[in-house]
Design a binder for this molecule. Sequence first.
Ligand SMILES: Cc1cc2nc3c(=O)[nH]c(=O)nc-3n(C[C@H](O)[C@H](O)[C@H](O)COP(=O)(O)OP(=O)(O)OC[C@H]3O[C@@H](n4cnc5c(N)ncnc54)[C@H](O)[C@@H]3O)c2cc1C
Length: 364
Amino acid sequence: MATNNIVVLGAGVSGLTTAYLLSQDPSNSITVAAKHMPGDYDIEYCSPWAGANYSPMGHPGTNHAKWERATWEPLKALTEKHPEAGIHFQESIIHNRKKDQETTTGKWFSALVSENPWYKDVVPDFKNVPKDQLPPGIDNAQVFTSVCINTAVYLPWLVGQCRKNGAVFKRAVFKHVSDAASAHHSGKPADVVVNCTGLSSKKLGGVLDDKLYPARGQIIVVRNEPGRMVSMSGTDDGEDEVLYMMTRAAGGGTILGGSYQKHQWDPLPDPNLALRIMKRAIAICPELVGKGQGIEGLDIVRHGVGLRPLRDGGPRIEAEKIQGVAVVHNYGHGGFGYQSSYGCAAEAVRLVKETLQKKVQAKL
Ligand SMILES: Cc1cc2nc3c(=O)[nH]c(=O)nc-3n(C[C@H](O)[C@H](O)[C@H](O)COP(=O)(O)OP(=O)(O)OC[C@H]3O[C@@H](n4cnc5c(N)ncnc54)[C@H](O)[C@@H]3O)c2cc1C
């Protein structure tokens, strides 16, 4: 019988993965309460906009790298055993230009483009591209098997798994994190609130985290298929513009990106940036379009913008009491919310268990 009343606040990849892991324990009774749910497209809801792939960005020895390492196996297992989750394997080619070393995107990519990265033993088929096979202007490149997640299929799949395990979903907007304690479907106060509100933790009462800020990402979804996943550490168009493309599983189209614009909140796609993204994609991968074609050969599904919830010092996975309510935070995952999702959620679940144990001990 479920004895622990838990409210998970937020239904992005962080909230849903945490709720999914928590729901596997029959002693947990879970309500997921959120302003936005899978199916919504909104600038306050980052998760639907992601590619999303597994391109580890954490530096060796950091929690970030630890969480990404811990996430590969669960994503691999889903890809192999659950086609209904909307994830597939895809060969990924990462290009590095030394001249990007000091730029915004070069720093973002620095761990990923290392010639001897920690993740080479985690992902299958890792190899450095021989120097004589590098395209012009590229200093080093590596190839490995990654995954690409169709977020429009995967987020609803997570909802389904949670519901199968008894979790209840409802829409709600909270001004203060402690208000979420009264959202449990039993009508009783929650024993723990898990705060997975992403960038909104900057404004959420009781949290007001000043270390959070957006890294704006603009993308285009097209029907064309390049046949592989391609990324590059930077571009010559601006130090916060980057190049990547990946084809989502299950007919999800190809994502062309992008940008990494820190402290920019603009929710509207910039048409000039969109042109640059499309031109760069075709320059590195002409087979995206028919022979001799330019951007007119791209069949556009939609333009989009998402705000990555970046946080100085990295994600916050921490327990605290706020106005008498036990809260476990799991937010601030920047551009790596999917590829670190299981590692971060497992850490949050550990803190939830600790919090519940302390409650039981306090009652004895
Ligand atoms: C263009 C782009 C590409 C990306 N590519 C990748 C990639 O390839 N791989 C990868 O791992 N990551 C990628 N990311 C990053 C990833 O998308 C994010 O790290 C992740 O989505 C963050 O998820 P979240 O659940 O923490 O936040 P969100 O998805 O923003 O969810 C927040 C939830 O909290 C709810 N909420 C917030 N405030 C309140 C409130 N006051 N009351 C009620 N509900 C509230 C919202 O409604 C929502 O349900 C990308 C991001 C972008 C923008």
